[in-house]
Design a protein around this ligand. Structure first.
Ligand code: SAM
Ligand code: SF4
Ligand code: SF4
Length: 344
């Protein structure tokens, strides 16, 4: 094998290092969140991947090791709903044994977390993020396209805390006109628990959610709302390139994060590569096309070949969609990969 350690992490065309890998292990989901997989588009006739089209665990493991040779230290497992993938803990156990990996995280809707939290912890998963957009049962049902049961997800979060995951992150997407009252409600509900609530600006990922800018609740508005009830103190970033701005409610341990990809884009710090469930490599959440790595694996290409190709794709990377959207210089009408397929 070529020794690349003196060259890693490799950098893209804009100087950004390759550090994080998001792996979508499943394109299907048991929810139909209105901003991600609206039911009218993702209906029973929707063409999801067949299981043989998805990367196998062995293929994911092999690819992850190659990515690690190029600089990857952090992995996030996502989907669709990753916990729908049978035996996911086994994959996480294998990935956690790769020397260069310092952190493995999972993003889930939490439905199956009560069942799996303990084995995920035992297999070496470091962190969990649960997506939850409302603490009101009826509104939660609306946000999840009629499929979500709030109590099940809350039980999942509790179980994760019980088995020892610390500072579980709760991701909330606000859609104006539907759940923006949750800014105060959710913080009130989780205040005092070992969780970090992160408000994510609703984004124009994919083409099927019919995103409109006026439905995005910007982070300045969120801060203003929160400040009307609590005194907030801004915290330093945990690490260079962290995408969330962090705040703390003064005199409490409650932390709030804001991910402002629409109103304060952070492409300059974007060190993430994304692997879709069927093995395509994407340089950006808003890309139209990915590079088919599965084809190389299944046609018998060597590790050196695949590693070199991945390096070459990253080195050519110029993507900065959100910055271009913000400056109104980008084409926001182009065809974009869907969120359920590439992962958040
Ligand atoms: N199903 C899992 C879940 O919901 O946590 C993992 C995949 S989901 C695609 C990952 C994250 O993307 C979730 O936190 C979700 O809220 C977020 N997301 C999906 N569509 C979005 C959009 N249009 N704008 C902002 N965030 C979005
Ligand atoms: Fe499923 Fe997650 Fe998308 Fe909701 S946000 S539809 S839970 S993939
Ligand atoms: Fe990264 Fe693309 Fe998002 Fe910019 S728009 S932060 S390059 S994923």
């Amino acid at each position: 094998m070529t020794n690349l350690s003196h060259l890693t992490p490799i950098r893209d065309h804009l100087g950004r290092p390759l550090q994080d890998l998001r792996i979508s292990v499943m394109d299907r989901c048991n929810f139909r969140c209105i901003y991600c997989m609206p039911e009218e588009k993702f209906h029973s006739g929707f063409n999801f991947l067949n299981s043989n089209e998805r990367l196998s665990f062995d293929e994911i493991y092999r690819l992850t090791k190659l990515f690690c040779d190029l600089g990857i230290k952090k992995i996030r497992i996502t989907g669709g709903e990753p916990l729908l993938r049978v035996n996911l803990s086994e994959l996480i156990g294998d990935l956690s044994n790769i020397d260069k990996i310092e952190d493995i995280a999972l993003t889930t809707n939490g439905v199956l977390l009560k069942k799996y939290a303990e084995e995920l912890k035992a297999c070496g998963l470091n962190r969990i993020t649960v997506s939850l957009d409302s603490i009101d049962p009826d509104q939660f049902k609306i946000m999840t396209g009629g499929r979500g049961n709030l109590e099940t997800v809350l039980q999942g979060i509790n179980e994760a805390l019980l088995v020892g995951f610390e500072k579980v992150k709760i991701n909330a997407v606000l859609k104006r006109g539907t759940n923006e009252d949750q800014i105060i409600e959710m913080v009130d509900h989780f205040n005092g628990q070992s969780v970090i609530i992160r408000f994510i600006e609703y984004m124009d990922v994919g083409n099927l959610n019919e995103w409109r800018l006026d439905e995005t609740v910007g982070s300045d508005e969120i801060i203003k709302k929160l400040s009307s009830k609590w005194k907030l103190e801004q915290l330093d970033k945990n690490y260079e390139g962290e995408t969330a701005e962090r705040f703390k409610i003064v005199d409490t341990e409650t932390e709030i994060g804001l991910i402002s990809s629409v109103t304060k884009p952070f492409c300059g710090a974007c060190t993430r590569a994304r692997l879709s469930s069927d093995g395509k490599l994407y340089n950006c959440l808003f890309a139209s096309q990915g590079k088919d790595i599965r084809h190389w694996i299944r046609s018998g290409e060597s590790d050196d070949f695949i590693r070199n190709e991945i390096a070459s794709i990253w080195k050519q990377r110029k993507d900065r969609y959100s910055e271009l959207r913000y400056s109104e210089k980008g084409d926001t009408t182009s065809e974009k990969v869907e969120m359920h397929y590439i992962g958040g």
